[in-house]
Design a binder for this molecule. Structure first.
Ligand SMILES: NC(=O)c1ccc[n+]([C@@H]2O[C@H](COP(=O)([O-])OP(=O)(O)OC[C@H]3O[C@@H](n4cnc5c(N)ncnc54)[C@H](OP(=O)(O)O)[C@@H]3O)[C@@H](O)[C@H]2O)c1
Length: 414
């Protein structure tokens, strides 16, 4: 069950393969500030297509201007990070040399090996979702890698070289990211860094929606919209782990079939059938106890028609818009329904630390190798893109073609 969508992840978009990317990054490290000069030349020699990231404008540090960049680069304290100068399309994305962060009080500096893409990155790139106050401007809500350094005041739980994954408010799509120590988790045994990077945001969101907000119980039915999305594939598996019965909606037969293999008891292609009717048929007219809804506006009426009495409708995204016209309140009241909303990224550190602790204790052990836990969980990876193909990764997500997570892999360490 679960696992990568294809055995051994698809590394399809690798015209500018990892080896070359690795070489390129090493070159960048040896001669800080040479990124713009050596990138296109290297690619030209290799006869490969030049990505927007590698033909980017000259590297300029986010803070400190030219002098700051010059001093930092002399001390070797720079790193590469995903960046855009203007909000807009994926073509605006490139890798930029920025100051390497230092871990603050209670923070661990992680050398990132992999990160993953989230819808929030797409919105932030378009200028529609600024990072919460105090969070990094760099994209990336999750990362996996090795502990590089502990900041002052850390409690000694993590030591240099530990394999970790992190839930972030930003900053994951860079060579280094500082993380409050309470937002780190150990990489479950046997998982690679790309697999681990696919866990924090999607799985912790799904865990929070199902348990903290949805209060899901054994035997209850859960309708999961976008059932083959990153969050959806996690929610299907977590529903089964909780002894609940997951149903999904998806935009294609292939996605429905994949979700069923993961554990969905039934699936409905919303483009070809009325999912509310399908849910009512499946539940013999009772409706579902919980709906995990990242679609919103376009689904509200169908959601209410297939919600069980006393059901919980958990709204956590607005892929189908935020506008509602009609008798929402009277229909909700008629079902004695609860409408609960949630956005994880701007929650405070204390809340997230509690969530990460609960997830670590209750869920992480189930990622252990099959056979070692009663129900084996696995992140689903759609594709792995090298970081310098960040624009392609965004386009892929915007095309809604992914089943599971889109992962970004860093260059191999020198
Ligand atoms: N509130 C939070 O704390 C939180 C945290 C994480 C994620 N999210 C939200 O959760 C959602 C899923 O995130 P993800 O990273 O798992 O996404 P994802 O892997 O990119 O998958 C999203 C899928 O949603 C479906 N979709 C897109 N537009 C749709 C529409 N108008 N109507 C119905 N389905 C649509 C598409 O699949 P089909 O082909 O099946 O249509 C698409 O592949 C996003 O909206 C994201 O912003 C919220």
């Amino acid at each position: 069950m679960g696992g990568s969508r294809a055995q051994g992840h698809s590394h399809a978009p690798r015209e500018c393969g990892l080896e070359l990317a690795s070489f390129f990054f090493k070159e960048g490290r040896q001669g800080r500030g040479r990124v713009q000069l050596c990138g296109p030349r290297l690619l030209g020699v290799a006869g490969l297509q030049c990505s927007s990231s590698l033909s980017a404008p000259p590297p300029v540090l986010q803070a400190g201007g030219f002098i700051g960049w010059f001093l930092a680069s002399r001390k070797g304290e720079t790193m590469l990070a995903v960046h855009f100068d203007q909000p807009g399309g994926p073509e605006n994305l490139y890798l930029k040399t920025v100051a390497k962060p230092s871990p603050g009080e209670g923070e661990i500096l992680v050398k990132v090996h992999a990160s993953a893409l989230n819808r929030a990155d797409l919105l932030q790139r378009k200028g529609l979702y600024p990072p919460p106050e105090g969070a990094s401007e760099i994209l990336g809500l999750e990362a996996s890698g090795l502990v590089a350094e502990a900041g002052p005041g850390c409690r000694g739980r993590w030591k240099r070289g530990d394999r970790v994954m992190a839930l972030l408010a930003g900053g994951g799509q860079a060579e280094y990211v500082p993380v409050p120590e309470g937002l780190l988790m150990p990489v479950p045994g046997g998982l690679s860094f790309p697999e681990a990077a696919a866990i924090p945001e999607a799985w912790i969101t799904a865990f929070q929606l199902l348990h903290l907000l949805g209060g899901v119980k054994v035997g209850e039915t859960v309708l999961i919209h976008a059932g083959s999305s990153g969050v959806g594939t996690a929610a299907v598996q977590l529903s089964r782990l909780a002894g609940a019965i997951p149903l999904v909606t998806c935009g294609s037969l292939e996605k429905v079939q994949f979700a069923k293999k993961l554990g969905a008891a039934a699936g409905f292609n919303y483009k070809e059938e009325d999912f509310a009717r399908g849910v009512l048929n499946f539940t013999k007219g009772a409706g579902v106890n919980v709906i995990l809804d990242c679609v919103g506006g376009s689904y509200w009426e169908k959601n209410l028609s297939c919600l069980a009495t006393d059901g919980r409708w958990i709204l956590y995204g607005l892929l189908g818009g935020g506008e509602v016209q009609g008798q929402l309140l009277s229909k909700l009241l008629h079902k004695r329904g609860s409408l609960i909303t949630s956005v994880l990224r701007p929650r405070d550190k204390k809340y997230k630390e509690e969530l990460v602790r609960a997830f670590t204790e209750r869920i992480l052990p189930h990622f252990s190798p099959p056979g070692e836990s009663p129900r084996h969980l696995a992140p689903v990876i759609d594709r792995v893109f090298p970081l310098d193909k960040i624009g392609e990764a965004h386009r892929h997500m915007e095309g809604n073609g992914n089943i599971g997570k889109i992962v970004l892999e860093m260059p191999l360490p020198p």
